[in-house]
Design a protein around this ligand. Structure first.
Ligand code: EPS
Length: 394
């Protein structure tokens, strides 16, 4: 475990989503516009429900920041839920006379397991918190982590590489300048293209068509997101103990994002079906630097960053709330019924890309601080410069 701590709070239809970030050094420049830009990126994407027309996520900072710089004290971030005004009779913290029960659990959602855990015959108390609305908090925290990473020369991006059966090329093996170009194309596609956050225009169009088809069928569709981080030095993480391994920490962070069912680093699952000679990245030494002609390791070997771009892929299952619901059972009567229908997204994979990106940025920021230490950004930067210098003179 590193020094950063993130706690989140907030119900989907409650007054707000909140994040407390502890452990950030003093003096990191944090712009409101930068946090809001990431919040807006999370709201993009073709296939979202009408809820995204209601919400216009914007951060309020209640603590930990002064004149645009971190104080080195806990940061408290709040994002209001606009939709709360339509839910205040059932979500008011002190007086909520209207129940709005959910008694027919949706297969794939936390409804049934959560209701059983808490002994409830109405899953409302469970789904309000298990909702992906809380990913707002992780994205806001990720934006702060990104501010520190950027000051250290580290960039993090995300794109969509699969929707249902439609695939787009991975960034595996690309050089940093090619990754930067890929990021521009993916951002343009998210902002004003297909809305799929996919850098390949043909794949993006086919992905959008796949979402449209799912929507028409009253169904939902999942996919695979890829996060790439570059500019990190080698040696972040731990090779010597299980809970410090960088790949393990990134996998936990990505897997904990709602609806993520699998995580890969680098070549991932594919590496199990190839011989070692076609998996491992040869080591070269040219012009005073260690070089790797390939990056099947996805930038991590033995639980440590190896200086190559870090590549994480995460598979998102289709959203559980279906317009044509699957079979379920009423929690009160135990009678068979179709699962409850709610307003729903048919695809949230482009948004999940931004969330996994933020989750990865948080872990990478923590791993960087583990290496450098430092109470202030200046101390972090000085330690990092010394480390890079040592690597150059290795
Ligand atoms: C979600 C259900 C939908 C999504 C929500 C996550 O909300 P509602 O039930 O209000 O229509 O829109 O995502 C967000 C609100 C968001 O900001 O991402 C769920 O059940 O997880």
């Amino acid at each position: 475990m590193g020094r950063l701590r993130l706690r989140t709070a907030g119900e989907s239809h409650g007054p707000a989503v909140c994040a407390i970030l502890d452990g950030m050094p003093h003096g990191v420049r944090v712009d409101k516009q930068a946090i809001d830009a990431d919040l807006r990126r999370r709201q993009q994407g073709y296939g979202r429900s009408g809820r995204m027309q209601i919400e216009h996520d914007e951060v309020e900072v209640l603590a930990g920041l002064r004149d645009g710089r971190t104080l080195g004290t806990p940061l408290a971030l709040v994002v209001r839920n606009r939709d709360h005004s339509a839910w205040s009779a059932s979500m008011d913290p002190f007086h909520a006379p209207e129940a709005r029960p959910l008694t027919r659990p949706r297969p794939g959602h936390a409804d049934l397991a959560g209701a059983l855990k808490l002994g409830l015959h109405d899953a409302r108390d469970v789904l309000e918190r298990s909702s992906a609305r809380s990913t707002v908090a992780r994205v806001a925290a990720g934006a702060v982590a990104r501010a520190l990473l950027r000051a250290c020369g580290v960039e993090v991006m995300s794109h969509v590489v699969r929707i249902g059966p439609v695939t787009a090329p991975s960034a595996l093996g690309l050089r940093p300048e090619e990754i930067a170009a890929l990021r521009i194309r993916a951002e343009e596609d998210a902002e004003c293209g297909s809305g799929m956050r996919c850098a390949d225009p043909r794949a993006a169009a086919a992905m959008r068509a796949a979402v449209m088809e799912a929507q028409q069928q009253g169904d939902s569709i999942g996919g695979v997101v890829e996060v790439v981080a570059w500019g990190l030095p080698p040696g972040l993480g731990r090779h010597d103990e299980w809970d410090g391994r960088l790949d393990g920490r990134l996998a936990q962070a990505a897997m904990s994002v709602q609806a993520i069912k699998a995580v890969e680093i680098g070549l991932g699952l594919e590496s199990a079906s190839r011989p070692g000679s076609a998996v491992h990245d040869p080591i070269l030494y040219q012009q005073g630097r260690f070089l790797r002609p390939s990056n099947n390791a996805g930038g991590i070997e033995g639980g440590l960053s190896n200086g190559e771009p870090i590549i994480i892929r995460a598979a998102m299952k289709p959203i559980p709330t279906l317009a044509r619901p699957l079979a379920s059972v009423d929690l009160v009567t135990k009678e068979p019924f179709p699962a409850q229908k709610e307003r729903t997204d048919s695809c949230a994979v482009p948004a999940a890309a931004v969330v996994v990106e933020a989750a990865a940025a948080w872990v990478l920021c923590d791993a960087l601080l583990d290496k450098t230490g430092g109470d202030t950004l200046n101390e972090v930067l000085a330690a990092l410069a010394r480390y890079w210098d040592g690597l150059r003179r290795f």
